[in-house]
Design a protein around this ligand. Structure first.
Ligand SMILES: Cc1cc2nc3c(=O)[nH]c(=O)nc-3n(C[C@H](O)[C@H](O)[C@H](O)COP(=O)(O)OP(=O)(O)OC[C@H]3O[C@@H](n4cnc5c(N)ncnc54)[C@H](O)[C@@H]3O)c2cc1C
Length: 418
């Protein structure tokens, strides 16, 4: 890999220009390594911006399938020591009787997923980039203009030392939920404001979490607690009007309020770290492909974090894109990109519908709804078919799997897609 300084406007030619070195862009760059492509990776922020490890670090729940993909990319060995396995999932609702429990052993695996600190995940991804031949990193540099000219995409970058022009056969935008490249390509979005915010913090439970991940639905929104070392990573969804209230409560009052919603399954909470709020909306691009350009990750779909699905969906799509590109000579060829869209669309539609409906379903206050939901949770717990279906979904093992996630016994055994 080489790091380019930006000066002059002589055009540099590549096979792929990849915009955004966040979790998704960096993962795609690594998944493309076996294809020997000339790749320009453009990132607006200096790479040293990564969060520092500490009590307040943010984390990501990786599905079983995502762990397999990271394993296939040769990255899991560097993450495993920092990961906390999810051995059980516990789903319940406040004020209702149904509970569903899912155990990794029931499907013959050690863990249904893993929770990793974000700073470690991005560090491992970025550390591997310099070893990739054919990759040029433009950082810090911001894409300011995009056009298509016959069989080439043309991109203008602005960096501290001036502008630079690049061209390529394929442009991939992994530049986040507000994706400037998506706007430059003229791709519109549908947007639904949930009127909710996710309050993120790490908490110390009074009792060991025992590898359990909890999803508890309350009338105001879901509360998720994930195992993270000795701590738990909290994602507490509150109505937007309660965001400031939740951020400003004293530590003791915050923990009391959390306990009032979550109960004492983990004893009395001992400590909460720095709280951060994320206003929640569903932002979905109207299409993923435009000419020789593809949207990936949050640029294509930023979804509700209710079940920790956003990065898992994006990593799966990055792996499928790498697989489809390996089958064609021209990475920006229309047939190649259509094949990609057809492969990812059905699963993406289902997953987004699931993440969109779940918090609204559990937020309904109509009489009788709570009882019906309780019966639903109970049914999920007692009906073996329904339970297996839910577990495969949570593990990311349903739908059309990318080859990078398939080299696994349980995955191969339980896979339902082509
Ligand atoms: C509260 C919360 C909890 C979550 N928990 C989970 C979870 O447990 N599991 C899970 O799977 N997902 C989870 N997600 C979703 C996950 O965080 C996202 O799916 C993921 O971060 C998307 O990454 P990305 O690379 O697409 O976008 P980003 O991380 O936003 O990266 C985009 C990059 O593009 C760069 N960029 C932007 N504009 C330009 C430009 N013009 N030129 C060059 N570079 C540019 C930016 O600097 C940035 O580095 C959660 C999300 C939230 C909000």
């Amino acid at each position: 890999m080489s790091v380019r300084r930006l000066h002059g406007t002589a055009e540099a030619d590549h096979d792929v220009i990849l915009v955004g070195a966040g979790l998704v862009g960096a993962a795609l760059a690594l998944a493309l390594a076996p294809l020997s492509l000339r790749i320009a990776l453009v990132e607006a922020q200096p790479l040293e911006r990564m969060e520092q490890p500490g009590y307040d670090e943010r984390s990501t729940a990786l599905s079983y399938a995502s762990v397999r993909i990271l394993e296939s990319l040769g990255l899991w060995g560097m993450l495993a020591d920092h990961a906390s396995p999810i051995r059980h999932i516990h789903v319940s609702q406040q004020g209702g009787f149904g509970i569903s429990r899912f155990d990794a052993r029931e499907v013959g695996v050690d863990a249904l997923g893993q929770v990793v600190p974000n700073h470690r995940l991005i560090e491992v991804l970025l550390d591997r980039l310099p070893q990739q031949p054919g990759l040029t990193l433009h950082v810090p540099a911001r894409v300011t203009a995009v056009s298509q000219d016959g069989a080439r995409m043309r991109v203008r970058l602005e960096g501290p030392e001036g502008p630079m022009d690049l061209s390529s056969r394929l442009l991939v935008a992994a530049d986040g939920a507000e994706s400037p490249v998506r706007a430059l390509l003229g791709i519109g979005v549908t947007r639904r404001d949930y009127g909710q915010s996710a309050i993120i913090a790490n908490v110390t439970p009074g009792l060991p979490h025992g590898g359990r991940a909890f999803e508890r639905f309350t009338p105001e929104g879901p509360v998720a607690l994930l195992p993270l070392g000795e701590r738990c990573a909290l994602v507490w969804t509150v109505p937007s009007r309660a965001q400031e209230w939740a951020l400003e409560l004293s530590e003791g009052r915050f923990l009391d309020q959390l306990e009032a919603r979550f109960g004492r399954r983990l004893g009395r909470f001992q400590r909460v770290g720095r709280r951060q709020a994320y206003p929640l909306s569903l932002v979905r691009a109207r299409r993923m492909v435009e000419g020789r350009a593809v949207l990936l990750g949050n640029a294509a779909h930023a979804i509700h974090p209710v079940a920790g699905l956003g990065f898992n969906l994006a990593l799966r799509e990055a792996a499928i894109l790498a697989e489809v590109l390996a089958q064609g000579h021209d990475p920006g060829d229309r047939d190649v990109l259509e094949r990609f869209e057809q492969r990812v669309q059905p699963y993406q539609d289902r997953l987004i519908a699931f993440s969109d409906r779940l918090p609204r379903l559990f937020g309904q206050r109509f009489p009788g709804f709570s009882h019906a939901r309780s019966l639903g949770l109970l049914g999920l717990d007692l009906l073996p078919g329904a339970k297996t279906g839910f577990v495969l979904h949570a593990m990311g093992l349903d739908g059309a799997m990318p080859a990078l996630a398939r080299q696994t016994d349980p995955g191969a055994r339980m896979e339902t897609g082509p």
